[in-house]
Design a protein around this ligand. Structure first.
Ligand code: CP
Length: 315
């Protein structure tokens, strides 16, 4: 694997290889091995043009745990605010000898441009581009589902999951639909008609407007953040109405299978798409998703950079 730009880049074998590698890395971390020499001498640049908490921190932690040098670049406070282009920013990174560039950008397709422009020779990892894709989020979600529903092994054949909320603006939903389908899961998207994208019927999933029906006997529900910052029109009558029609509360959560799980990529709008009772419940694996993000991103960097063999030798 050279670049990771889209969940569609991953066939079932490669996806399982990443999940298995992440599983092994998580096991080493649990044994107290916090740092591996695998990427010693390599440089990872985190290039963030959009805000992030979880993704940026976990990529930094992942690279450091593999002993890579890490450069964190945030558009705020950089020469981007003086009008510097993506090309000139990329040429600067190339001059500094970046081996991998992890990019988050507000424009869909920016990571593809970076990977295929010839401006840089490094591996490119998409950390979220506009409303397009967020493949490492989908991988950590698949990892979390596998841990809870498949004892951390194999694919997700037969797993049934509902993804609920602002699908229209969600790169998380798109990447998850692609990856979960590749792994054999059955996905149902649930949203008001205004928050489903045109052409959703061509996606490899079902869709529904009825949350109660869609949640009944599912293995998992993934709630999506209502992305008000991307909304330039009224997509629902009021926050109260949205919460009543599409929010996850305890009653709805209990429609899942008895061992069903509640997921959310974060950041959450508590009281809008998810109640605090559901977010903090015994069914919630939201904090685990964040933990798993580090192991999964270690696996992605390891595979993109062709690191040395993983061994449990602590540094
Ligand atoms: N899930 C996610 O991408 O969170 P951040 O925006 O905090 O990185």
């Amino acid at each position: 694997m050279r670049h990771l730009l889209s969940a569609a880049d991953l066939d079932r074998t490669t996806a399982i290889q990443i999940l298995d590698t992440a599983h092994e890395l998580a096991r080493l971390t649990e044994r107290g091995v916090k740092k591996l020499p695998t990427l010693r001498g390599r440089t990872v640049v985190n290039l963030f043009f959009e805000d992030s908490t979880r993704t940026r921190i976990s990529f930094e932690a992942a690279a450091k745990r593999l002993s890579a040098d890490v450069i964190n670049f945030s558009a705020k406070g950089s020469s981007v605010s003086k009008g510097e282009s993506l090309k000139d920013t990329a040429l600067t990174l190339e001059a500094m000898g970046a081996d991998a560039v992890v990019i988050r950008h507000g424009s869909s397709g920016a990571p593809h441009v970076l990977a295929h422009s010839g401006w840089i020779s490094s591996a490119v990892v998409n950390a979220g581009d506009g409303t397009h894709e967020h493949p490492t989020q989908a991988l950590l979600d698949a990892f979390t589902l596998r841990q809870h529903l498949r004892e951390g092994k194999g694919d997700l054949e037969g797993v049934e999951i509902a993804i609920v909320g602002d699908v229209l603006h969600s790169r998380v939903a798109r990447s998850n639909v692609l990856l979960l389908h590749t792994l054999g899961a059955k996905v149902t998207l649930v949203a008001p008609p205004t928050l489903l994208p045109v052409g959703v019927e061509t996606w490899p999933c079902d869709f529904s407007y009825d949350i109660d029906e869609a949640l009944t006997n599912k293995d998992a529900v993934m709630m999506l953040r209502v992305q008000r910052e991307r909304m330039n029109a009224a997509f629902f009558p009021s926050p109260q109405e949205y919460s009543r029609r599409y929010g996850l509360d305890r009653r709805r959560m209990n429609l899942l299978k008895p061992d069903g799980i509640v997921m959310h990529p974060g950041p959450m709008n508590r009281g809008l798409e998810i109640s605090s009772e559901a977010a903090d419940s015994e069914k919630s694996v939201i904090v685990e998703q964040v933990t798993n993000g580090v192991s999964v991103r270690m696996a992605v960097l390891y595979m993109a950079l062709g690191g040395n063999e993983i061994s449990g030798d602590a540094q």
